[in-house]
Ligand binder design. Structure first.
Ligand code: PMP
Ligand code: GLU
Length: 403
């Protein structure tokens, strides 16, 4: 029996980040010594104080459905966090806790997009943005950015945004992600001010994905675009979560904060999907946001060491250049030299990553997945030992292309 699959499902490709992770896990299960730099998730354990709160929730039988938007205690803790760390004042009613920031973004898109609306996305972009926009029956409009040696590396500029809007029919929203996955770029205040001005002029909603806010280096500061002015806050939905900062990817908890009307309607959508987030994860997230045993900063310091080590190692490989990321835990070496000069007939990053996985047991994500055609993405959420070995295999793999 063949089923007539919906146009929506037919248009959706599997998430390349998740596919690489699954491939690497399968090989590992078969006993292959795979080095996985594919999926972006911290390799640390969830801090003890957070796990304890989860255990306590189970002991206390806190195991039932909760309010759709999230338990009041958690939404209050989120409001406190947004006020103290981002200078943003929200009412707990305007917070929606969802099963991961991924779900938060999708529900906001489902709330605001009509068929054929356009959602603007700087490219390279995180893989799920474009697919989620398509699932909401809207069009992703990519705004290419370039690597450069100055402060504009991998960033959109106000003039580019203005031009893109002029060429759109129904521009609805801009998805901004700083610190950025996959490039590691971090927008500065004055750069965000320029973007905010254009968005205000055109009533473009900003979905500001700030999930990597705590993973930021070289003394850079995370600025939420919503905090630039009350008008900007009214035009922004802030997305954040506990996955990356607290090493809680498997607990599945993210949140959105934004204008009342959007949040109320997004909560209605969630009430028909997941209802609430796992009650135990919510209690653990309260602990994550209200206590601190220093582990978040320790993880950041460790990521910083690995970042420098990995990027310096990559730049030592012949004909490879790699931008030093300022945030998140990814780096993207430019592999164009090898793509265009090899005897193996490899001419795309997908083919290159397949080759490196098959022959060198090195799992990377092809830049093509992010709209970055001549790059591959490494996640440096890996041990120093694995990074050292990974760099060695990467170099050997690249040099073998011409043997
Ligand atoms: N945004 C970005 C840019 C990400 O890299 C991720 C990682 N999966 C997410 C959102 C979603 O995170 P989660 O669903 O685990 O909260
Ligand atoms: N955000 C991470 C990544 O880009 C995790 C995987 C995913 O959710 O796509 O690898």
């Amino acid at each position: 029996m063949t089923w007539r699959i919906s146009h929506r499902a037919r248009a959706i490709k599997p998430s390349p980040t998740i596919s690489v992770a699954e491939k690497a896990m399968n090989l590992k299960r078969q006993g292959v010594n795979v080095l996985n730099f594919g999926v972006g998730e911290p390799d640390f354990s969830t801090p003890e104080y957070i796990k304890n709160a989860g255990h306590q929730a189970i002991t206390d039988n806190f195991t039932r459905y909760t309010a759709t938007k999230g338990i009041p205690e958690l939404r209050e803790a989120i409001c406190e966090k947004l006020l103290n760390e981002n200078g943003l004042t929200y009412n707990p009613e305007d917070i929606l806790v969802s099963p991961g920031a991924k779900a938060s973004i999708f529900q906001i898109l489902m709330t605001i997009c009509d068929p054929r609306d356009e959602v603007l996305i700087p490219s390279p972009y995180w893989v799920s943005y474009t697919s989620q926009v398509e699932m909401a029956d809207a069009f992703p409009v990519l705004m290419p950015t370039r690597e450069s040696r100055d402060i504009h590396s991998f960033k959109i500029k106000p003039e580019q945004l203005e031009d893109t809007i002029q060429n759109c029919s129904n521009p609805k929203a801009l998805i901004l992600n700083s610190p950025n996955n996959p490039t590691g770029t971090v927008y500065r205040r004055e750069q965000l001010e320029g973007i905010a001005e254009v968005c205000l002029k055109h009533n473009l909603l900003i979905i500001s994905d700030e999930i990597y806010e705590k993973l930021i280096y070289d003394g850079r500061e995370h600025i939420s675009i919503a905090s630039l002015s009350p008008e900007m806050q009214e035009q922004t939905v802030v997305i954040n979560g506990v996955s990356k900062a607290y090493s809680m990817t498997g607990w599945r908890l993210g949140y959105a904060a934004g204008p009342k009307e959007i949040m109320t309607r997004a909560a209605r959508i969630q009430s028909h999907l997941s209802s609430s987030v796992c009650s135990i994860a919510q209690k653990a997230a309260v602990a994550a946001l209200t206590q601190d045993d220093g582990s978040v900063e320790n993880m950041r310091i460790e990521f910083d060491k690995r970042r420098k080590y990995m990027v310096e190692g990559l730049n030592k490989i012949r004909n490879i250049t790699c931008y030093m990321p300022k945030g998140a835990f990814y780096c993207m070496p430019n592999v164009s030299f090898y793509l265009f000069n090899n005897k193996k007939g490899i001419n795309s990053t997908v083919e290159l990553c397949e080759y490196l996985l098959d022959k060198y047991h090195l799992a990377l994500v092809p830049g093509q997945a992010f709209g970055a055609l001549v790059y591959v993405r490494f996640s440096y959420a890996a041990s120093m030992e694995n990074i050292t070995e990974g760099l060695k295999r990467f170099e050997e793999g690249l040099l073998s292309l011409n043997k």
